[in-house]
Design a protein around this ligand. Sequence first.
Ligand code: CO
Ligand code: CO
Length: 351
Amino acid sequence: MELNKKNKNFDLLRFSKFCGCAAKVSAAELEKILAKLPIQPDKNLLVGFETRDDAGVYRLNPELALVTTVDINTPPVNDPFLFGQIAASNALSDVYAMGGTPITCLNISGFPGELKNEEIVGILAGAIDKINESGAILVGGHTIKNDQLIFGLSVTGIVKPNKYWSNKGAMAGDALILTKPIGCGVLFSANKKKFVSENAFNECLRHVATLNKSASEVMSNFEVHSATDITGFGLIGHVLEMAKASEVTCEINSSTVPVLPQSIEMYEKGINTGITMSNLESAWPHIFMQKKISDSFLKVLMDPQTNGGLLFSVPGPASKEILAALRDAGVTKAEIIGKVKPFEDKSIIIN
Ligand code: CO
Ligand code: CO
């Protein structure tokens, strides 16, 4: 079957009330909800939901642990194949963020009654394309009828019980490395209104549809204190989760943060996402602004990402060598974006 990625005849956005990420609750609300749930003590549960990490990690035996996660998206683009690729890459990313290897996937789909079979095939084929690239396989799934088109994967991976990464463990003296530029959320909104240039949007899509596989594989050769991926809560929201779980302060050197072309400009023009402001409100009480930055740039730092980059906290002295290794492996936009300090008053400093 020939599926043309550049096919302009598709219009998945007609089913998309929200763009990309349909988060129901803000980061701050989610924290309150999870705090009310009972904990299930289990000595083999290495990572549960208490620190709101990317995936759960469960030890099967001294050599092997399962990494399990689920993620769904609404279509940020019209093309079914591309939507499938993006949603699958995004779901697989949570396994990469834990240092795991994806093994099996199940799809989770909510398809509107009017969605055409050709579109369903496109979405699934796009997902399988990325699942293939990851080395995992699709083994089944579940579909319901739903007015809002949603698609995603539950991914099961494996990791050595003593080698997984979590959002806990960042240490004073560490450097923070981000592997992809941010700003895709506002570009998806801008594309709906045809505000963004084709070049800028293609660059955005190239990053969003890139697996975090290479970045994760390169980093498995180095000492990693903490890792997560950047998704719906935006760069600062996910740095904040790492800072809180690790009980440290993360100082972001804003001038080094890689940003997608036109993303700042789109916020300047008044384009927004449904989530940026709630990300800003959730994070704001924890931020000390050491440097004045524009409102538009601040919004990009809060911009919800789909399959965003991985964020690593690594020993400071090794950071340059690590950055070079990432770039050599094709992770060309990776940057050192800040450092970790002992906790001081606020969890985040923006510099
Ligand atoms: Co994640
Ligand atoms: Co996730």
